[in-house]
Design a protein around this ligand. Structure first.
Ligand SMILES: Cc1cc2nc3c(=O)[nH]c(=O)nc-3n(C[C@H](O)[C@H](O)[C@H](O)COP(=O)(O)OP(=O)(O)OC[C@H]3O[C@@H](n4cnc5c(N)ncnc54)[C@H](O)[C@@H]3O)c2cc1C
Length: 430
């Protein structure tokens, strides 16, 4: 990979050039010079955007490294674009990917859940009874929902009030509920406090549900009850809502938006000040890193994993790296794009560490598209660098789409989102 001094090049690029460049190269770092004869045995747990990308990057960097990817499911279902599935604009099948091309790249696939990590013996145990040893372990398990995080909301409640924050059956359940709802019904979305997977996701979902209601059930309304006073790309979303969706209301934390409990039997959503009787309730609960991080003892009391910002090695356990949504990445948001960028940086660091070399200081990019209607999209982009052990923003790089852009720019960004999805899923799954 070509070395780029991003601090200089970012200043010369327009924001538009920047987003295009970011889609092609999410992590800017040199290819490691592999030491003579060095190799190693790397196990990666979690075959999502972070884990699958890391496995492929590691094989590309040094084919002598043995890479095993442990994944619970033989089919991965992607969350990005799943809000389009909920509103009937896309098929769930378009979200699904197998691992044949990952295996064809020389990666050993182990389809089972990892159930234990022995940090002393450097081995993991799988649900099928197999044990795998490692020189370095990469954890990329994504998120788990905090079933104790919102009174009344547990796994049974999710069958009535879907979260749809892990794509698959939950996505389809929310879609079926919207389709079955009578015109005039109230759709309630509960958005959690930070940090959580995909900061703009609840607002993209609200927009697309409002789009669906406007077309199919115009007497209906969508209300977002929020545990925050501010959110990602807020001005862009709110401008779009004013322009397109008078049937969408956002209630901030300070206006009493924080959901304090839910009552699934009656689909009631409760805040400190009001009770909302929903026809459809989409509850996005508080989250934490996927459970395996607790078993590996790499999570802190927040439920997320502190890591070194250069290598993503755990600050709690040597030889274990954590990437993607599960890790605490400072200013970098929890997104598929971030997960992919971190995967490439982590793979380069692991290859260097196995070869007895010092990792380079990386620059990472995140770009996140939001689509509020099929022909209306916008982006936020950022560049990040390690500072004092965490990732911080590179000042002056990135930014959001222009606030007053014409419809042609919004339409172009919506169609560029398609290109982004194809690029990132090809990079992860082949
Ligand atoms: C509605 C919605 C919209 C989104 N839109 C966007 C978007 O437009 N752009 C964007 O960049 N991001 C988007 N995201 C965020 C994106 O989906 C996540 O940030 C991304 O999936 C994180 O990647 P990951 O690899 O950390 O986790 P995941 O992609 O969730 O992968 C984790 C994998 O680990 C496996 N796993 C977990 N534990 C184990 C175990 N013990 N053993 C074996 N396997 C295990 C799981 O089966 C899973 O396949 C969106 C998210 C949502 C919910």
């Amino acid at each position: 990979m070509q070395r780029i001094d991003h601090r200089r090049s970012a200043r010369r690029l327009s924001r538009r050039d920047f987003v295009t460049a970011a889609a092609a190269a999410s992590a800017l770092l040199p290819r490691p010079a592999i030491a003579q004869g060095a190799a190693g045995n790397v196990v990666i747990i979690g075959g999502g955007f972070a884990g699958a990308s890391a496995a492929r990057a590691l094989r590309r960097l040094d084919p002598r490294i043995s890479v095993t990817l442990v994944e619970a499911s033989e089919t991965f279902t992607a969350c990005p674009f799943s809000n389009l599935v909920i509103t009937g604009l896309r098929d769930l099948k378009e979200q699904q990917f197998g691992y044949a091309k990952v295996a064809a790249a020389g990666i050993t696939m182990a389809f089972s859940s990892a159930t234990a990590v022995d940090t002393q013996a450097r081995s993991i145990t799988l649900a099928n009874g197999n044990r795998l040893s490692y020189d370095r372990l990469v954890l990329a398990p994504g998120i788990d929902l905090r079933w104790d995080g919102l009174p009344g909301y547990d796994e049974a409640a999710a069958n009535v009030m879907p979260h749809a924050w892990k794509a698959g059956e939950q996505t389809l359940l929310l879609r079926r509920q919207l389709e079955a709802m009578e015109d005039g019904g109230l759709v309630v979305i509960s958005a959690p406090a930070n940090p959580f997977r995909c900061p703009p996701g609840p607002y993209e979902r609200a927009s697309l549900i409002a789009y669906y209601l406007k077309a199919k059930k115009p007497k209906s309304k969508v209300i977002v009850l929020d545990a925050k006073d501010a959110f990602s790309k807020q001005r862009l979303f709110q401008n779009a809502w004013r322009e397109l969706y008078p049937n969408l209301e956002w209630v901030s934390l300070s206006s009493g938006g924080k959901v304090t409990s839910v009552e699934p039997a009656s689909k009631t959503v409760v805040t400190d000040f009001s009770r909302y009787q929903a026809a459809v309730a989409n509850i996005i609960p508080p989250q934490k890193a996927g459970r395996i991080v607790e078993l590996a003892q790499v999570a802190d009391r927040s439920g997320w994993c502190p890591v070194d910002a250069m290598t993503f090695e755990s600050k709690q356990q040597p030889n274990i790296h954590v990437i993607g949504d599960a890790a605490i990445m400072g200013a970098m948001p929890k997104s598929a794009f971030s997960a992919n960028a971190q995967a490439k940086v982590c793979a380069a660091a692991v290859a260097r560490l196995l070869a007895g070399q010092k990792p380079d200081e990386p620059r990472l990019i995140n770009t996140c598209y939001s689509v509020v209607a099929p022909d209306y999209g916008f982006t936020v982009a950022g560049v990040y660098r390690p500072k004092d052990g965490v990732l911080v923003d590179v000042e002056g790089a990135g930014g959001v789409s222009p606030i007053n852009a014409p419809a042609s720019v919004r339409a172009a960004e919506a169609s560029q989102a398609d290109g982004w999805f194809n690029t990132i899923t090809t990079e992860a799954f082949g």
